[in-house]
Ligand binder design. Structure first.
Ligand code: ADP
Ligand code: MG
Length: 282
């Protein structure tokens, strides 16, 4: 089933003072299947965040249409359904917290939905479990690591029970450990809960772990393909200010020298295993 469908979507920010109008999203057509894990990349100002906000009705298209599980986002009486179907996680976890105790923070979304207390508790339990933070339910988020805070931000969104999770550079402010924590959580949600994930990032290693990657350039989709197919374009990627991740470069270089390394390796661990396997054959 199609989760989200965009047909020829345009969105422009109006001119403001000496700033000219910008066509931030400029004729994007796109279909995202339920259960897909899609990475979105592109240089600063290429339209990624605008695209993200169009996906759940935070912004409405000037032209074209955005449909979420069959509902047009411009349909005012269904905007509530659209917003709860597509959850958004942003870059800075500190800006996404509303309460000083973890469980109150996670309960905020379901409380606003006007749910019964038992249901709220069930959802808080479930959401914390999904992000591996159950033992922190009575803690305060303020002293936590960036990765933990971002996992709580994800739990807060999960408590609304969205079918699609959109992460707008949610790993950008984290250290490598925190990034791994967040990636593990969103991959688990994708696999276990069949949640569709749209992950905007500038880390190319994270792109390798997606099913599909969309490259944005000047408000348009420049490339839309499997990560390996996109990275195989080599120098052409410079046009979009992108470069393949180190794992891909190393795997390709070794394969070129005749080593038996599959070009599909996605993580450092897989690369290490492939190298060891290849060496022990000789
Ligand atoms: P990205 O997330 O890829 O960096 P954005 O969607 O934030 O791209 O921005 C796309 C274009 O729209 C850029 O030229 C940016 O300057 C412009 N833009 C983004 N937000 C606003 C805004 N609130 N007002 C005016 N222009 C904006
Ligand atoms: Mg952005």
């Amino acid at each position: 089933m199609t989760a989200i469908k965009l047909e020829n979507v345009c969105y422009a920010y109006e001119a403001d003072g000496d700033k000219a109008a910008v066509n931030a999203v400029d004729g994007v057509s796109l279909e995202i299947e339920e259960g897909a894990f899609v990475a979105v990349v592109g240089h600063n100002g290429s339209g990624k965040s605008t695209l993200a906000r169009l996906l759940n009705g935070l912004l409405l298209p000037d032209k074209g249409s955005v449909t979420v599980f069959g509902t047009d986002t411009r349909d005012e009486k269904n905007i509530y359904n659209v917003r709860s179907s597509v959850g958004m996680v942003f870059q800075n976890p500190d800006n996404q917290m509303v309460a000083s105790v973890v469980e109150d923070d996670i309960a905020f979304g379901p409380e606003n939905l006007g749910l019964q207390r038992e249901e709220i508790i069930r959802r808080v339990d479930w959401a914390l479990e999904q992000v591996g933070m159950s033992e922190y339910r009575k803690s305060t988020p303020f002293r936590m690591s960036g990765g933990q805070k971002q996992r709580l931000a994800i739990a807060g969104v999960l408590a609304i029970r969205p079918k699609v999770l959109v992460l707008d550079e949610s790993t950008a402010m984290l250290d490598p450990k925190g990034r791994r924590e967040v990636m593990d959580v969103i991959h688990a949600l994708n696999k276990r809960e069949k949640m569709s994930v749209i992950h905007i990032t500038h880390y190319m290693e994270e792109v390798l772990e997606a099913d599909r990657v969309i490259v944005m350039d000047g408000g348009r989709i420049a490339l839309d393909d499997a990560p390996h197919a996109v990275f195989a374009r080599g120098a052409e990627l410079k046009k979009f200010r992108l470069a393949p991740p180190a794992v891909t470069l190393i795997a390709d270089a070794l394969a070129e020298c005749g080593a038996d390394i599959p070009r599909s390796v996605t993580t450092e661990e897989e690369l290490e295993e492939a190298i060891c396997r290849s060496l022990s054959k000789d």
